[in-house]
Design a protein around this ligand. Structure first.
Ligand code: ZN
Length: 267
């Protein structure tokens, strides 16, 4: 076996990696585009940016402004986030700093991202709730495991509802803790069980299949992965529901979802 670097976290939707981002430029351009709407800061310019990344648990993100200096503290996992996430993240924090109302889409994008990073530091694994309002994830995990992965030791795997409501990131697998997290957005009577089973099946595949290296990059969803994914008997139905019904579901319950999003956000 050739040792290969593995990502700590496998997500149901995978962000693009952007190396060597110009953070200062991004923060300044976000400030400049938003400050025009701020009474207090509209004539304030950023002379320099002080940016620090911390590996601690999430919720520690902050930006502050004083005498032309913008101070920013972010979680290290933001470095690996996708373009859209980083844009939304920076705009959300800066609009709050400027006393402006952030766009709902930024909040959602950021919720999805925060949903995917582990809440606890090394050695401090937080057991997530398995039982939801509609679905019990433990039962789904056992059902899928016994039908598709009878040789797998399910005792090693844990599953639970994520703390935050992810709309695009519906599930994730964390290698370090062998833990599957499912977005609580799926804990709803209008979400069919086969959608949950499909997401759980997908995340179990991350647990059992190694991450391969292709052209120097991690190929998280390898051809083998994709082939195995289709072995779930209601795969097509699940994909079709996610494509056609899920956007309607989000529209129909946008008030309820917006309320849930608001209640879990700081500020
Ligand atoms: Zn995946």
């Amino acid at each position: 076996m050739i040792p290969m670097p593995e990502k700590e976290l496998e997500s149901f939707s995978v962000p693009n990696l952007i190396p060597d981002r110009n953070w200062d430029e991004l923060l300044i351009s976000s400030w400049d585009s938003l400050k025009v709407r701020s009474r207090r800061f509209k004539d304030s310019n950023i002379r320099s940016v002080e940016l620090k990344f911390y590996p601690y648990k999430n919720g520690n993100h902050s930006v502050s402004y004083r005498n032309g200096i913008l101070n920013a503290k972010f979680h290290t996992s933001l470095m690996d986030a996708g373009e859209k996430t980083i844009f939304s993240f920076v705009h959300l924090l800066i609009s709050k700093l400027l006393g402006l109302k952030p766009k709902q889409i930024w909040k959602e994008e950021v919720a999805d991202f925060l949903n995917s990073i582990p809440e606890s530091g090394p050695g401090k694994f937080k057991k997530l709730r398995e039982n939801g309002v509609v679905y019990d994830l433990k039962i789904i995990l056992e059902e899928i495991s016994s039908s598709y992965f009878p040789k797998m030791d399910t005792k090693l795997l844990s599953i639970g509802w994520a703390d935050r409501l992810g709309k695009r990131r519906l599930g994730s697998y964390e290698k370090r803790n062998m833990n599957i997290r499912i977005s609580p957005i799926l804990d709803h009577k209008e979400v069919p069980i086969f959608v949950l089973e499909h997401v759980v099946h997908h995340e179990i595949l991350h647990h059992i299949l190694p991450t391969r290296i292709k052209n120097g990059q991690n190929s998280i969803h390898s051809p083998e992965f994709k082939r195995k994914e289709k072995e779930y008997v209601r795969y097509r139905e699940a994909i079709n529901w996610l494509k056609t019904e899920y956007p309607k579901f989000l529209m129909k319950y946008q008030k309820e979802i917006g309320f849930r999003l608001k209640s879990e956000f700081y500020g």
